[in-house]
Design a binder for this molecule. Structure first.
Ligand code: SF4
Length: 100
């Protein structure tokens, strides 16, 4: 079976291993999206310890509507994902903040 955006090569849905699975989702949708602000930092720290961060990043980059980016995903803000999608260097991400 081929892997899809939501499954690993073994067919397991990577979301089962997501560090955020048991965390309040609101943490990933802060009102203040300042890249180094406390709200974003809390979400980034959770993503930094996530074993499926790369799967998460690949999934969001493959399926996210560029006109409707919300919240922190794979440790990246919407603006950072827009930069990544456009092939621009991440200007605000701290070193090591990105899985890919
Ligand atoms: S990288 Fe972050 S948003 Fe993605 S699954 Fe892991 S904890 Fe959740």
């Amino acid at each position: 079976m081929n892997a899809t955006a939501t499954t690993t090569a073994t067919g397991r849905d990577w979301r089962h291993d997501a560090e955020c699975a048991d965390v309040d989702p609101e943490i990933f949708y802060p009102l203040d999206l300042a890249p180094y602000g406390p709200a974003v930092t809390v979400a980034r720290e959770i993503c930094a310890g996530c074993p499926v961060r790369l799967d998460c990043l690949l999934d969001v980059m493959a399926g996210e509507d560029p006109a409707r980016r919300w919240g922190i995903t794979a440790g990246l803000t919407p603006d950072e994902r827009a930069d990544l999608f456009a092939g621009r260097r991440l200007s605000s991400a701290r070193p090591g903040a990105v899985a890919a």
